[in-house]
Design a protein around this ligand. Structure first.
Ligand code: CP
Length: 355
């Protein structure tokens, strides 16, 4: 028995980074393998969550779960391939998890962490940089403060590029990793055996790329969510981009909004919290009035997700509790990215029949 209850909190004596370990195998049981849905990803650019549909997402999750369940069993499917990892904006998780994923798949990496060390500092156009990338690598992962950069590079790229965060626009692989964590926690949401859940999203859909991409990804599975509660500290008009909410609702998401976190917490099954948006050359904090602590009125079995980096909005007191799925979420992102990179690099067939 690992659990211990103190007040309303359930603590776990295991190390927090081991939470969720048993869960990828459950995904393998509920998603039947069908690699045909992954074939269209070969050599594709990944810019937005709009590019994904139900079957593609589920097959990516299945492949990610295979990697996560048997990390030792896959023999270097990306051997001989080179990743160009170009991060022109700070990152801990995304850069390192992409690079970890590529290394684990047996590939080699060239990494740029500062645009001032490249010809961009001399005024070189991104299209020209992309033209060079075609000669040096097999895949590009790009994070840039500017929304347009990924599109400018695509004009001359002949190798696939993954958007690893473009300003306030999108962060598609983060959202895929978020939903991968939710489905590992509750595979019955995929099969319909579990009743739809309530998810609370603390953040600004019009300013935070993680929130924008997550909402688009949830909208691929609207039947899994009884309600999506967006908890924000702004006016309604300053919360969503024009048409953003309407489009999500047309896809079937049932969205409500609230400016009170504690009022809604007792009914939420999943709480996704984020307080940072990268805007221009710096970051802005939103929702300072919202914080999750050991005193928050959480449901006993609610889970917390956070794309991280963490600020005051998420108390480290919660790290040792069963609510902490944010470390598992960050760990799972490596396997999620391994699955995507394998498909983009046209090597999926090498791992599809390995259980
Ligand atoms: N989740 C995320 O994008 O974190 P980093 O900024 O550390 O990459």
């Amino acid at each position: 028995m690992n659990e211990e209850t103190r007040g309303t909190l359930v603590f776990d004596r295991k190390k927090p980074d081991t939470y969720g370990d048993a869960h990828p195998k459950a995904l393998l049981k509920v998603i039947q393998e069908d690699g045909d849905y992954l074939k269209p990803l070969a050599s594709q650019h990944v810019v937005s969550c709009d590019q994904f549909d139900r079957n593609k997402v589920l097959q990516l999750f299945r492949l990610a779960a295979k990697y996560e369940s048997n990390p030792e069993r896959f023999s270097s499917p990306l051997q001989g391939k080179v990743l160009i990892s170009a991060f022109y904006e700070p990152s801990t998780r995304t850069r390192l998890s992409f690079e970890s994923a590529w290394h684990r798949l047996g590939g080699d990496i060239m990494s740029i962490t500062d645009r001032s060390t490249t010809g961009i500092a001399k005024g070189e156009r991104l299209q020209d940089v992309a033209e060079m990338f075609n000669n040096y690598g097999d895949c590009v992962v790009l994070r840039d403060v500017r929304q347009e950069s990924v599109h400018e590079m695509i004009r001359s790229l002949r190798i696939p590029i993954i958007n690893a965060g473009n300003g306030i626009d999108e962060h598609p692989t983060q959202a895929l990793s978020d939903l991968y964590a939710i489905f590992k926690w509750c595979p019955g949401l995929i099969t319909g055996e579990h009743a739809p859940i309530r998810i609370g999203i603390i953040g600004r859909p019009n300013k935070m790329r993680t929130v924008r991409s997550l909402l688009k990804t949830l909208a691929i599975f609207p039947e899994a969510f009884a309600e999506v509660v967006v908890i924000h500290d702004s006016s309604e008009e300053d919360c969503f981009s024009p048409d953003q909410r309407q489009r999500l609702e047309q896809q079937g998401l049932k969205i409500s909004t609230s400016t009170s976190l504690d009022e809604r917490l007792p009914e939420l099954d999943v709480i996704y919290i984020n307080a940072i948006a990268w805007v221009g050359d710096t970051y802005e904090s939103y929702g300072q009035k919202f914080a999750l602590t050991a005193d928050s009125p959480l449901k006993k079995d609610a889970i917390i997700l956070h794309p991280l980096a963490r600020g005051d909005e998420l108390s480290p007191e919660l790290d040792g509790t069963l609510h902490n799925w944010y470390f598992s979420q960050a760990r799972g992102a490596v396997f999620m990215r391994m699955a995507l990179l394998t498909c983009l690099s046209q090597r999926a067939e090498r791992v599809m029949d390995v259980v």
